[in-house]
Design a protein around this ligand. Structure first.
Ligand code: FAD
Length: 522
């Protein structure tokens, strides 16, 4: 096909993976990326964690919060009168789907479900933890050799480093204490280690965190000829994917600055608009496979905060090491994360993914005078992720007769944890107690977060090996029955996983983009 046009819905890491690979691989292709939210930073899609000025950072986060964007709301095309009463606070930069006002989703069984609406998507706000899926977390119908290659490509796109902060002695001491407690129970190669993160270590010891910007790479470098074939339209909402039978003809978009609607013809449409809004857009466009919106999973999360014990830490690190760490932290006070450790998922020994983030301060204010409120050795925030086994009945469904605040068929989320999950949650909670005791004293006891808290929503457009009604997309991410409609994001993950999913979803997108490029080129 000569000079094909590709429309991409959503500018997060997944839409950006498609943009990058399709521009690079299809000569003369023109890629237009539509993003409902605003561009926050001069470099499109950059992580807001890199913004040094706290006021500017807070503004960027608020601008990403769609109906919860306060004074910015109307400039983002959110209808006047969209009220957000009765909500509890979402993570900064995100907005709750069930915000309690006009046009709010209904999600009482998944109350913490949230999204980000901005250039870079959630990828402008993420923690950048990028573990690889292992054992049964992987896609069963992609061979190991190919899969390993896809993961390596995804790591390069996201600038993943396995050893960020690895030289920090405080981090090393935390690993040693955890290893004392758990090492003997963990299989070879899956013990306590550093957590791979997406970002570029800087000479001063800090990290420049990765967002969609690094994935887009040459496409947003004005000096690079590839950038001439890439166009990013922010504040542009895709209202429908237009069809002619089983072929997509393009997208109908609304410019949220002017309210004007127009049609953009496309030879290929990629929908990467998150695990709730992608299936919603397909549904609104009349693409309604049986599995659409169903098999929703996320990994339940149990978290706690622990004050590091001076005597225990002192067995592996000196006062000098602590001083060196504090001096390094002082160089970058805007970013409180330092050493990042983990215990990965392994089967059957350890079906959990554990994240241990070192920080000088607690993530919540502590009254002066309360025990451990001024802990010299600092704190760790620890989270255990567990599996949720996919079931048809855990689902987001859409109501054609009830418009949401943007005029789309409104969402209802039905979700519950079963005995199978509750057993693993209890086991993980017990281990979290052991980890806390090994490191120091709890300042926040282990607790299960409300459903939706992980921000890692999966399964609602799952990929499958055959079109048997239990999947939405084929093994190359094409919606079953449509040659030129591709979907992307965590929603494609069909397995029960305990870890952060973005690296895995980028790997799946690399596979889909290569196939789409081959077909466009042929
Ligand atoms: P998104 O990044 O959500 O982007 C989708 C985009 O589509 C959004 O910008 C949205 O505005 C846009 N959109 C939606 N509908 C439309 C429409 N109709 N028209 C136009 N645009 C539309 N993952 C990890 O793996 N590790 C982590 O450590 C981690 N930490 C996180 C911490 C936080 C605070 C958050 C918020 C997320 C975190 N995540 C993490 C999740 C990670 O950010 C997501 O997995 C990733 O961003 C998903 O990428 P995506 O491109 O599929 O979707």
């Amino acid at each position: 096909m000569s000079n094909p046009t590709i429309a991409i819905v959503g500018s997060g890491p997944i839409g950006s993976t498609y943009a990058r690979l399709l521009v690079e691989r299809v000569a003369n292709a023109h890629v237009v990326m539509f993003e409902a939210g605003p561009q926050l930073t001069e470099v499109p899609g950059e992580s807001v964690r890199n913004i040094p000025d706290p006021a500017e950072k807070a503004r960027a986060r608020e601008m990403s919060q769609g109906p919860q964007a306060g004074a910015h709301r109307e400039s983002l095309g959110i209808p006047a009168g969209t009220v957000t009463e009765g909500m509890f606070t979402a993570r900064q930069g995100t907005h709750l789907l069930d915000f309690g006002g006009t046009g709010s989703a209904h999600a009482s069984s998944f109350p913490a479900a949230a999204a980000a609406t901005n250039v870079g998507g959630q990828g402008a706000h993420w923690t950048c933890a990028t573990p690889s899926p292992a054992f049964s977390e992987k896609i069963p119908f992609i061979g190991d050799g190919e899969w390993d290659g896809l993961i390596e490509d995804a790591k390069q796109l996201l600038h993943v480093h396995s050893a960020a902060f690895a030289d920090a002695k405080v981090g090393e001491a935390i690993r040693s204490l955890l290893d004392e407690e758990f090492g003997a129970e963990l299989p070879e190669g899956y013990g306590v280690g550093t957590l791979p993160v997406a970002g570029d270590p800087q000479p001063d010891g800090s990290v420049r965190w990765a967002g969609a910007d690094v994935v887009l790479g040459p496409l947003i470098d004005k000096e690079n000829p590839l950038s001439k074939r890439f166009e990013l339209r922010d504040l542009t909402l895709v209202r429908r994917v237009e069809l002619d039978g089983h072929r997509v003809t393009g997208v109908t978009v609304q410019d949220l600055r002017t309210g004007e609607t127009s049609f953009v013809a496309a030879d290929l449409v990629v929908v990467a608009a998150d695990a709730f809004r992608s299936p919603q857009l397909l549904w609104a466009s009349g693409v309604r496979p049986k599995a659409l919106g169903h098999y929703l999973t996320e990994h339940p999360v149990v978290i706690s905060t622990v004050a590091l014990d001076a005597e225990k830490m002192g067995r592996y690190a000196t006062e000098e090491d602590l001083k060196a760490e504090l001096a390094r932290r002082a160089l970058n006070p805007a970013d409180p994360v330092a050493a990042v450790n983990r215990i990965p998922f392994s089967e059957p020994e350890h079906p959990f993914s554990v994240q241990v983030m070192y920080s000088e301060t607690t993530p919540f204010p502590m009254e002066p005078g309360t025990p451990n409120s001024q802990n010299r050795w600092g704190y760790v925030n620890m989270g255990y992720g567990m599996r949720k086994h996919p079931r048809y009945e855990d689902a987001v469904t859409f109501n054609d007769n009830e418009p949401d605040y943007r005029g789309f068929p409104n969402m209802t989320i039905e979700y519950s944890l079963t005995e199978r999950e509750n057993v693993e949650i209890a086991q993980a909670t017990e281990r979290l107690r052991r980890a806390g005791k090994a490191l120091g004293a709890f300042v926040a006891e282990p607790r299960l977060m409300p459903n939706g808290s992980s921000l890692h929503y999966q399964g609602t457009m799952r990929m499958g090996e055959t079109d048997d009604g239990t999947s939405v997309a084929d093994p190359w991410s094409r919606v079953w029955g449509y040659d030129n409609l591709v979907v992307g994001g965590n929603a494609l993950i069909p397995t029960a996983t305990a870890m952060n999913p973005t690296l895995m979803s980028v790997a799946i997108a690399v596979r889909g983009a290569r196939k789409a490029a081959e077909e466009l080129a042929s």
